[in-house]
Structures are given as structure tokens and as C-alpha cells.
Design a protein around this ligand. Structure first.
Ligand code: NAD
Ligand code: ZN
Ligand code: ZN
Length: 383
């Protein structure tokens, strides 16, 4: 089958790889119809991780069940399903507590597994014609048959729940004001989720014009961080107080405010400034325990200069980590079906799988409005 394969930094190809096989009675094989490229894939694409050449990318996958293992009880051939990017067992201590992003079974020696991701276990990615899904009864979320809402539903694999998770970590409640740093796909989904949760005012900070325009389209106030200190800009809008809550949807590849270089702690520190005393910070943006590409010795070991003193003084609280997609995907699916949520507004490009190399290049440079790309394997477009 055809798959998107990582070759070397800044290079992926679409080439033939082995077809997946059922390896365990609770596996299913899914014929992928939609699979999205994520900001997290770019960390590997740019050679910022230990990802080895040959890895098949793709953790945001939707498709149709084609083959089922003998132990699968809740799924049948032909079911349309979307899989959380987290691979999880459903029965370990963390899964039972709803923390499926930290499953203790699927990736020995590490809490958490994912498809097509370095250090996240032996699971091949779904930017391919087919995908093996382990613990399938637990990991497949059933969708209505057909292809209605395909573009909205594929976002249930990661970014819609992840954006929502940012709000959950920050405990965004009705009537509150929220500052979201980053208007990439995750930031836009956080801003959208904050509005769904009844926030009274949502700010979205970035510098990419098309992304800020999307934020404004959904009812957030766009803040361009290159036009002046973003915390100060937001304070001006909030009578000097700052916001009740804040979300970091940027992570360690954050740009300094003059956009001249990376400054990995700049968003965390901006949030400490932006959020009012006793407010809460949700950090779905990714921070890593080691970053060979970082410019200073501390950052290479995942240690950043964060204003902990100011955070203490303000009595702020912070939550962080991988999204437990399973905790939210059913409810968010039902909001889509009910017509109450249309996260697909974030998708800028839908392309055949074969165009992955160009799509990665442009998404990585954030040019030509490349905000979120959904790839369709050939058979899906033909169907
Ligand atoms: P992205 O790279 O497309 O978006 C990041 C955005 O942040 C860009 O638009 C960029 O211009 C903007 N930005 C850069 N510096 C900034 C600054 N100083 N202030 C404000 N904005 C700034 O990525 P994405 O797909 O939206 O993902 C965002 C982050 O979330 C990444 O770190 C990704 O790895 C992470 N992520 C986490 C999870 C999870 O489970 N926690 C899941 C998916 C993605
Ligand atoms: Zn993702
Ligand atoms: Zn588990």
C-alpha cells in the first residue's frame, strides 16, 4: 500500500510499504479515507526529534473498518470510525481514570502511545491506505455511515479534543475571558472550544494573517504579537486586569515577539503576564524533555526559564500534557451531529495522499494559507 514515509529532515515521500496485518484478536484494519497533518508531525519533519527515516507518519485518522480480529465485539466490517491519536488499552490504571493519553500498557517504559510518532510505540501511522488499530473496541469511535461531516469528524482524532483539552485544563467556564496563544489548528480549536463553553471574550494571539483572520471569523479578538507586547494589548482590552484564563497552543517552538528567532519559554511567560491573579493556565502546546535543535544548553534538556516567581505571586495554576482524546471525542462528535459545532472551518486544504510532500513543505512554512491539511488516499477520492 501507499504511505507517507519520513526520509530525512524536510523530506517525506509517498511510497509502497507493507500492508498492515491483524496481529492480535482485538485488532481491526481500517481503510483510511481521511488523515490530517498535524503541527506535531512538523517536529519530526524538521528533524527536531529522534524519529528515524522510514517511519510512517499520521496520527489523525478516520476510515472504514475493513477487517476485524476474532476478539472484536463492538465493531463490524463497513463501520465508519475515527481513532484518537492516543493508542490506549482501556484497562490500565490511567485509562480507567480517563487519562488515556498516559496508557501504561501500549508502550512499555513510557506512559502513552500514538500512531506514527517517535517514542510513542510501534504503531504505524495512518497517512497511508490502511491502518492497524489495536484494542479496537476501545480505540474506535463509531460515526454515522456515509461521508457526511467527514472534514469535521477527522478533527476528532486530535485537534478538536486537544483544543478543548486546553480549555478543560484551564477550567474555562461560562462568562470568563480567555487568552489563547497560537492561532494554528490547536489554538483555533481552543478559541472555538472556549466560545462553545460560554466564554464571554476570547483573544487569539499569532502573527500569521490568515490564521488571525480565521480567529476573528469565529468571534475571537485577533492579537498580532509582532505589533506590540501581546499581554499589554490584551490588558488594554480588559481594563488592565488581564484574562481569567489562558491557553498555550504554541509549545516550545514559540517565536520571540519580534519573530526573529525561537524563544521556547516566551509563550509561557506571556501567559503568566496575561492571566489575572489566581487565574488558570492550560498548556496543550508541546514541551519536550530534550530538543537537540535548541540554541541553549538548558533548552536542549527541556529546561526553560519560566517566571515561576511571578506565577507564585499571582497564585496561578497550570495544567499540561497530552490530550486524553477519548475523554471528549464522543461528546464533541455529538455536537457536530447536532449541528452545534463545525470545527472543519479550520481545514484549509484537502488533497490526495500523493501530494503529501508538497503539503508538508508548505504547511511547515505556513505559506499560502496552509492552516490544516487533510489527505485522502486515492481510493477515498474515487469512492
Ligand atoms: P502550529 O505550529 O500550526 O501552530 C502554532 C502557531 O503558533 C503558529 O500559527 C505560530 O505562528 C504561532 N506562534 C509562534 N510563536 C508564537 C508566539 N510567541 N505567540 C503566539 N503565537 C505564536 O501547530 P498546531 O498544530 O496548532 O499545534 C500547536 C501545538 O500543540 C504544537 O506544539 C503541537 O505539538 C501541540 N499539540 C499538542 C497536543 C496534545 O495532546 N497536547 C496535540 C496536538 C498538538
Ligand atoms: Zn495531531
Ligand atoms: Zn491503558
Amino acid at each position: 500500500m501507499k504511505a507517507v514515509v519520513y526520509e530525512k529532515p524536510f523530506s517525506v515521500t509517498v511510497r509502497d510499504v507493507d500492508d498492515p496485518q491483524i496481529q492480535h484478536p482485538n485488532d481491526v484494519l481500517v481503510r483510511v479515507t481521511s488523515t490530517a497533518i498535524c503541527g506535531s508531525d512538523l517536529h519530526m519533519y524538521e528533524g527536531r526529534t529522534a524519529a528515524e527515516p522510514g517511519i510512517v507518519f499520521g496520527h489523525e485518522n478516520l476510515g472504514v473498518v475493513e477487517e476485524i480480529g476474532s476478539g472484536v465485539t463492538s465493531l463490524a466490517q463497513g463501520d465508519r470510525v475515527v481513532m484518537p491519536f492516543n493508542v490506549a488499552c482501556g484497562f490500565c490504571k490511567n485509562c480507567l481514570a480517563g487519562e488515556t493519553g498516559f496508557c501504561l500498557t501500549v508502550n512499555p517504559g513510557f506512559a502513552g502511545g500514538a500512531y506514527g510518532y517517535v517514542a510513542m510505540g510501534p504503531y504505524k501511522g495512518g497517512q497511508a491506505e490502511r491502518l492497524r488499530v489495536p484494542y479496537a473496541d476501545f480505540n474506535c469511535l463509531k460515526l454515522p455511515p456515509g461521508n457526511e461531516f467527514e472534514t469535521d469528524f477527522v478533527l476528532l482524532a486530535d485537534i478538536f479534543p486537544t483544543g478543548y483539552h486546553g480549555c478543560e485544563l484551564a477550567e474555562v467556564s461560562p462568562g470568563e475571558s480567555v487568552a489563547v496563544y497560537g492561532a494554528g489548528p490547536v489554538g483555533l480549536m481552543s478559541a472555538y472550544s472556549a466560545l462553545l463553553r460560554g466564554a464571554s471574550k476570547v483573544f487569539c494571539v499569532d502573527r500569521v494573517a490568515e490564521r488571525l483572520a480565521k480567529a476573528e471569523e469565529i468571534g475571537a479578538v485577533p492579537i498580532d504579537f509582532t505589533k506590540g507586547d501581546p499581554a499589554e494589548q490584551i490588558k488594554e482590552h480588559t481594563g488592565g486586569e488581564g484574562t481569567d484564563k489562558g491557553v498555550d497552543a504554541v509549545g516550545y517552538q514559540a517565536q520571540a515577539h519580534d519573530a526573529s528567532h525561537e524563544e521556547p519559554a516566551v509563550v509561557l511567560n506571556a501567559l503568566v503576564e496575561t492571566v489575572r491573579p489566581t487565574g488558570r493556565l492550560g498548556v496543550p502546546g508541546l514541551y519536550v524533555p530534550s530538543d537537540p535543535g535548541a540554541s541553549d544548553e538548558h533548552a536542549r534538556h527541556g529546561q526553560l526559564l519560566v517566571s515561576i516567581g511571578k506565577m507564585f505571586e499571582k497564585g496561578q495554576k497550570m495544567g499540561t500534557g497530552q490530550c486524553n482524546v477519548k475523554r471528549y471525542n464522543r461528546q464533541l462528535r455529538d455536537l457536530i451531529i447536532a449541528g452545534r459545532a463545525q470545527p472543519g472551518f479550520v481545514v484549509s486544504h484537502e488533497l490526495p495522499l500523493e501530494q503529501a510532500p508538497q503539503a508538508y513543505q508548505k504547511f511547515d512554512k505556513r505559506v499560502e494559507g496552509y492552516t490544516k491539511v487533510v489527505l485522502h488516499p486515492g481510493h477515498a477520492l474515487a469512492a
